[in-house]
Design a protein around this ligand. Structure first.
Ligand SMILES: Nc1ncnc2c1ncn2[C@@H]1O[C@H](COP(=O)(O)OP(=O)(O)OP(=O)(O)O)[C@@H](O)[C@H]1O
Ligand SMILES: [Mg+2]
Length: 257
């Protein structure tokens, strides 16, 4: 469903992503690990199509269509959705109204909000004064309303308390593994790309492949649980040195872990 080919991206005049190659097939959930500042959020923001992320090389394919230059609103309509790590405050936009507009099949905001304990937030401006955990739940509610085919989650468990994580985790499971989505061309199968540091979300979603991003490029890929174990025990240095060794031996940018 998603194919990233040799993607290089500049943000604020600086090249943040270099020659990124990554793919997610329909029906699959891929996980993205990597140290702080390695470029994970930049990749998701670029796939979503936000301005300020200048693609200098490569392309993005969604369902075999080149969407490299397609505006963010059209990408959303085609079935791409993102839970942002740090969404902006939308002063003057009520959360309930936003959810109503985002809902492709007139889902009732009251029903969506009740499940995530957000009923009293529907009349508030989006994200204004929300706590970290409240922002995550609000982002999740918006994604539920949109019901995208490609579900991208940027650190969905970060800042969520130990009790809420179960509710959030199960909701995310249903969102990703649910059977139908709001894409064009009658598409129903979903795909997901999830950024996580702790791997906590892996208790709730069935992940198929893991990628490690280091210094703006994909250092390795493999079984997500094995990668997590390796990172926990050896840190990220192993990934970087593995990539450097491989690069010397064979000039490819994506290597099996
Ligand atoms: N607008 C910008 N101007 C300058 N540098 C930027 C800008 N946006 C991002 N960067 C830089 O790009 C790099 C990658 O940032 P990004 O947010 O993608 O990292 P990340 O892997 O998501 O990190 P984290 O795990 O901390 O969320 C960082 O060094 C960041 O400071
Ligand atoms: Mg980030």
């Amino acid at each position: 469903m998603l194919e990233i080919e040799d993607l290089s991206v500049e943000v604020g005049g600086k090249e943040v992503l270099h020659d990124v190659n990554l793919s997610v097939m329909a029906g699959y959930t891929n996980v993205l690990f990597g140290p702080n500042g390695s470029g994970k959020s930049t990749l998701l923001m670029t796939i979503m199509g936000f301005s300020g992320y200048k693609i200098t090389k490569g392309r993005i394919l969604f369902n075999d269509e080149d969407i490299t230059n397609v505006p963010v609103s059209d990408r959303a309509k085609k079935g791409i959705g993102l839970m942002m790590q740090r969404p902006p405050n939308l002063v003057g936009v009520k959360l309930g109204n936003l959810v109503k507009v985002m809902s492709h099949d007139q889902k009732d905001p009251q029903v969506l909000a009740k499940d995530l304990d957000l009923t009293s937030f529907l009349q508030r401006d989006v994200n204004v004064g929300f706590s970290g955990g409240e922002i995550k739940r609000s982002e999740l509610m918006q994604l539920e309303a949109q019901n995208p085919c490609l579900v991208m989650l940027d650190e969905p468990e970060s800042g969520v308390d130990m009790v809420s994580i179960q509710k959030v985790g199960h909701k995310i499971h249903d969102l990703i593994h649910g059977t139908s989505c709001a894409g064009k061309r009658g598409q129903t199968g979903k795909a997901a790309l999830v950024i996580t540091h702790t791997g906590q979300i892996l208790d709730y979603v069935e992940a198929d492949r893991g990628y490690v991003m280091c210094k703006g490029t994909i250092a390795c890929m493999g079984n997500p649980r094995e990668l997590l174990h390796e990172i926990r025990s050896k840190g990220y240095d192993e990934c970087i040195s593995c990539k450097l060794k491989r690069k010397k031996a064979e000039p490819i940018s994506v290597t099996e872990a």
